[in-house]
Design a protein around this ligand. Structure first.
Ligand SMILES: [Zn+2]
Ligand SMILES: [Zn+2]
Length: 218
């Protein structure tokens, strides 16, 4: 699997290019202010991007959608419950003191779990609300193998969890999403959060201070 991560100021949110090494098809995840670097990585790997997939619609995860869609012509997917945030990107910017342009409407909602296919790989969508109403985990892997790589947005971080004080956030819902969705994946599953370094399900299950009390539940 081809995987490139980029992050740029002011938010240092991770944007991802994921590609199939055999077919050179790929996806873009959460294009934000680093979109130019993501597009360069797409070119460098000579990828044909099939989908632009969003983990959620907070401003830092979507400000590159317009540029990505213009350059790649790929359809944009989002969970339906976050469309109100997506439409309010300018207002989100005002709250943070940054200017943000409205983005083009999304092309489809995650009304089925997928998979959204690129080459030998698929992306399966798991609803993980709590950080926001339409937050999802994008689980990527080969269709004929069980291993998955998780792109979890701002639900879970290395050693931390997503904030729940923004509109539509809820701490109990977030903890339930992590415990009942993310922690059902095997310990060796690699997790790419929306900010910071990658981790694994097992490391977070054992050491995340916000979740250790749940470690014995499963
Ligand atoms: Zn967020
Ligand atoms: Zn974020």
């Amino acid at each position: 699997m081809i995987l490139e991560t980029r992050a740029a100021p002011p938010f240092f949110k991770n944007g991802f290019v994921v590609g199939c090494e055999n077919t050179r098809q790929g996806i873009l995840i959460d294009p934000g202010d680093e979109v130019g670097e993501l597009l360069s990585a797409v070119d460098a790997h000579k990828l044909a991007i099939q989908f632009i997939l969003l983990t959620h619609a907070h401003i830092d995860h979507i400000t590159g959608v317009a540029a990505a869609k213009k350059a790649l012509g790929a359809p944009v997917g989002l969970h339906r419950a976050d469309n109100f945030l997506y439409k309010a990107v300018a207002e989100q910017g005002l709250m943070l003191g940054v200017r943000a342009e409205p983005q083009p409407d999304v092309d489809f909602f995650y009304d089925t779990p997928g998979p959204w296919r690129f080459g030998d790989y698929g992306t399966w969508v798991y609803h993980t609300p709590g950080h926001c109403p339409g937050g999802v985990c994008l689980a990527v892997g080969r269709e004929n193998e069980s291993g998955r790589t998780l792109f979890v947005g701002d639900t879970l971080f290395a050693g931390s969890i997503g904030r729940t004080d923004l509109p539509g956030g809820n701490l109990e819902t977030l903890l339930r999403s992590i415990r009942e969705v993310l922690f059902r994946f095997p310990d060796e599953t690699v997790v790419y959060p929306g900010h910071g370094e990658p981790t694994t399900v097992g490391i977070e299950r054992r050491t995340n201070p916000f979740l250790r009390s749940f470690a014995g539940d499963h």
